[in-house]
Design a protein around this ligand. Structure first.
Ligand SMILES: NC(=O)C1=CN([C@@H]2O[C@H](COP(=O)(O)OP(=O)(O)OC[C@H]3O[C@@H](n4cnc5c(N)ncnc54)[C@H](OP(=O)(O)O)[C@@H]3O)[C@@H](O)[C@H]2O)C=CC1
Ligand SMILES: CC(=O)N[C@@H](CCC(=O)OP(=O)(O)O)C(=O)O
Length: 348
């Protein structure tokens, strides 16, 4: 069988190497190209010995000619890079999955305000599909450009989606208290990510405004009948991988039992391979999803009140980035959606 040729722009970053880890054992994929400007010419296994025996690729520069020779390209680069390749790729018939945010926000002015730059191809934003399969599976099937969701928006949206869509909770007073491991900040050198800055302590950041706020709001608004008002506070915690979102929401019907809510959410996700609604009383650990593409969700009522508390955990590099990108790739290529993604979390 002819394998599908894929390329990765940004192969030295954490999401780039996570993509490669997942793709080197994927039965239908040949990773034909992996780019780095800083490491061009160097063997991938020289930088990442964990992949010895799985690849003989060297890093290449991100040349348009090399990229357009692929069937599909992942862009695992900082914001503002995928949009500079998008026209050439789509014109050549090459599909694009952007792990950054260039195609996530429908409103160009909102995107430009939060990302602090002018959009290079606003006309392609309208064609791009937001790549949360549990929300947009059908549209992803035919997409040329998929905007892979942010890590916090993935955990939060999966926690809220069935409840908002079914009209069980109020959309105008949602509170998302979320924690991320340090790999969420990328592999680039940065004082705030140093071991001695992060270990044995944790703190909130971006309280006044974080660029994932408009993304989460856009997602929830798309399934809500009323106006969404959401408070989102991210925190950096001293672990490598993982996102834990604790979401507080007001039940519309105060008499609705937790058992009924749990039954509804479990039924909504019953056919989803990568969402696990845990039994009542559960408190999911981030380690229960480490290196896996799973999102684990638990539902609680706080102290018997009308406040529903939703706990949602993912691995930021897998379901929060590279794993979800592979899931989207499988859907776009008409493959089994779970191919290459079915290994369980690493314990401990
Ligand atoms: N880390 C995470 O948990 C998540 C990350 N994301 C998003 O995914 C993207 C990648 O993240 P991450 O892997 O953490 O990032 P890193 O900072 O770890 O890596 C960035 C990669 O992009 C390459 N790169 C940088 N500038 C350019 C450029 N102008 N042209 C081509 N390549 C470039 C770098 O290589 P070189 O400079 O050598 O070319 C490097 O390989 C980001 O947009 C991030 O926001 C999304 C969800 C979760
Ligand atoms: C811990 C940490 O710093 N996390 C990053 C978010 C993760 C990310 O890479 O952002 P995108 O999902 O938008 O691509 C941050 O808060 O900026």
């Amino acid at each position: 069988m002819n394998k599908i040729k894929v390329g990765i722009i940004g192969g030295t970053g954490y999401t780039g190497v996570e993509l490669l880890r997942l793709l080197v054992t994927h039965p239908s994929i040949d990773v034909a190209l992996i780019t780095s400007r800083a490491e061009a010419g160097r063997e991938v296994v020289d930088l990442f010995p964990s992949l010895r025996g799985f690849t003989d690729l060297c890093f290449s520069p991100p040349d348009t000619e090399l990229l357009t020779a692929c069937d599909l390209v992942f862009s695992a680069t900082p914001n503002g890079i995928a949009m500079t390749h998008a026209r050439a790729l789509t014109a050549a018939g090459t599909k694009l999955i952007d792990l950054a945010a260039d195609f996530r926000i429908r409103d160009i002015a909102t995107w430009e305000k939060w990302y602090g730059m002018q959009h290079a191809c606003p006309e392609l934003v309208a064609q791009a599909v937001y790549g949360l399969p549990e929300m947009n599976r059908q549209e992803i099937t035919n997409a040329m450009i998929v905007a892979n969701p942010g890590c916090y928006p993935t955990a939060t949206t999966l926690g809220l989606l069935p409840l908002v869509q079914a009209g069980l909770i109020r959309s105008n007073n949602l509170i998302v208290d979320a924690k991320s491991g340090v790999t969420g900040a990328g592999r680039g050198a940065n004082v705030a990510s140093l071991f001695s800055e992060v270990a044995d302590s944790f703190r909130a950041y971006g309280v006044a405004g974080h660029r994932h706020h408009p993304e989460i709001t856009q997602n929830i608004q798309s399934v809500s009948k009323s106006t969404v008002d959401l408070t989102f506070v991210p925190h950096l915690v001293p672990m490598l991988r993982g996102i834990h979102a604790t979401i507080y929401a007001d039940l519309i019907d105060l008499d609705k039992s937790l058992e009924d809510v749990h039954h509804m959410v479990s039924s909504f996700y019953a056919d989803e391979a990568f969402v696990d609604v845990m039994p009542l009383g559960s408190h999911p650990d981030t380690r229960s999803v480490k290196t896996s593409n799973m999102c684990r969700i638990a539902l609680h009522k706080a102290g018997g009140s009308g406040k529903l508390v939703i706990l949602s955990v993912i691995d930021n590099l897998t379901k929060g980035a590279a794993g979800q990108a592979v899931q989207n790739m499988n859907i776009m290529l008409g493959l089994d959606e779970t191919l290459g993604l079915m290994s369980p979390a690493v314990m401990p």
